[in-house]
Design a protein around this ligand. Structure first.
Ligand SMILES: Nc1ncnc2c1ncn2[C@@H]1O[C@H](COP(=O)(O)OP(=O)(O)OP(=O)(O)O)[C@@H](O)[C@H]1O
Length: 344
């Protein structure tokens, strides 16, 4: 078999694994197929994910299900206001012999095999902790105990609830683009799913639910190679390239693209920045994975549109007076961008 055929066969095998992975997660987390698809895209794009939503909509359950179905070394911490950055790296205690001991903390416990680091309730931790986490996400390395640790397989999942505002700390806006995606999660609307969630005891016992998921469906050690093969294997036509650049342009300069939003007089000053080349590269990366999951080796406009909001919305900086209405303005802006820019 030549190299291209071998590469194709590998991509097809891995697509099967991706489908089994999605099915395993969907078996435990009901009515969230679009969110599970986005998380799968992030896994194969090797990007970090922030999940945001109301209290008790299943964010933790989804991320635990993903960690279990994926396999590999996994650590989870819970954000608290008194957490220190060093709590992630080591902890000290007095041993039975009365002597102080130092043990690796959650980031170092599995050493360099760490595949998934799950940060629960990230907005309860203070900025010093965010700073360490964001550096770990950007560089996938950490210096401790006089040496550098590298985490080539590391993927960070974090969640934050949208409701809580007391004693919480927002992530710095400029650092949020370390997350490939920010995904909003809501409870399923379908009445039958709601009834099952309310009455079926399987969904009241999270540990039992997670324990029933098949494990280690994806091999984290090989994910980097497959992610690279997807990025090289999915083609973009000139028309698609022009489409992405036009969307980007319209997002950054909506007024020039002829976009008007209700209640905003100064469209020219609305977007202050943030949709950077790094952001658009992330968009294309995620779109290519979507195309691959849809069994194509070329991009279509729908691949771009399907990942546009979760990849781009958190990277846009608005004029400060509009930030309070961000949750309403940014989706409306994205919708207008799609309506204004003709798809090829
Ligand atoms: N879509 C769903 N599918 C399966 N279980 C669900 C779903 N939504 C909620 N649950 C169940 O509801 C309970 C609460 O879920 P979970 O702790 O994951 O919510 P959360 O969004 O992380 O909440 P918090 O913001 O308080 O941390 C769990 O027992 C979970 O099994």
């Amino acid at each position: 078999m030549n190299d291209i055929r071998r590469g194709d066969a590998m991509l097809t095998d891995w697509r099967g694994a991706a489908q089994r992975f999605e099915a395993a997660v969907a078996g435990a987390v009901l009515g969230q197929e679009p969110i599970i698809r986005l998380v799968t895209i992030a896994v194969f794009a090797r990007g970090h994910v922030l999940l945001e939503g109301d209290v008790g909509v299943g964010k933790t359950t989804l991320l635990r299900a993903v960690a279990r179905a994926m396999g590999g070394a996994y650590e989870r911490v819970e954000g608290t206001v008194d957490m220190m950055p060093t709590d992630l790296v080591y902890h000290t205690y007095l041993a039975e012999d009365g002597r102080p001991r130092v043990e690796p903390g959650p980031v170092l416990r599995s050493s360099e095999d760490l595949a998934i680091f799950f940060f629960n309730e990230i907005n309860r931790a203070r900025p010093q902790v965010h700073a360490l986490l964001l550096r770990l996400m950007a560089e996938r390395s950490l210096t401790a105990f006089n040496r550098e640790y590298r985490f080539p397989q590391l993927q960070v999942f974090a969640d934050r609830n949208r409701v809580e505002r007391e004693e919480t700390f927002e992530l710095p806006a400029a650092a949020r683009d370390r997350f490939l995606m920010e995904i909003g999660m809501e409870a399923p609307r379908d009445p039958a799913t709601r009834r099952t969630l309310a009455f079926d005891p399987r969904f009241h016992d999270t540990d039992g639910l997670i324990g029933g998921i098949p494990t280690a469906i994806l091999d984290p050690v090989r994910l980097g190679g497959i992610a690279s093969a997807i990025q090289h294997g999915v083609r973009a036509s000139e028309a698609i390239e022009a489409y992405v650049v036009a969307l980007w342009e319209a997002l950054v300069r909506p007024q020039t693209a002829g976009i008007r939003l209700p209640g905003i007089d100064d469209m020219a000053g609305l977007v202050q920045g943030g949709a950077s080349p790094r952001g658009v590269a992330a968009l294309v990366r995620a779109a290519r994975v979507r195309a691959w999951l849809e069994e194509r080796d070329w991009l279509v406009p729908e691949d771009i549109r399907a990942v546009f909001v979760p990849v781009m919305a958190h990277r846009i900086f608005l004029e400060p007076i509009h930030e309070l209405r961000r949750a309403e303005i940014v989706p409306a802006l994205c919708r207008s961008v799609f309506e204004t820019v003709p798809a090829p």
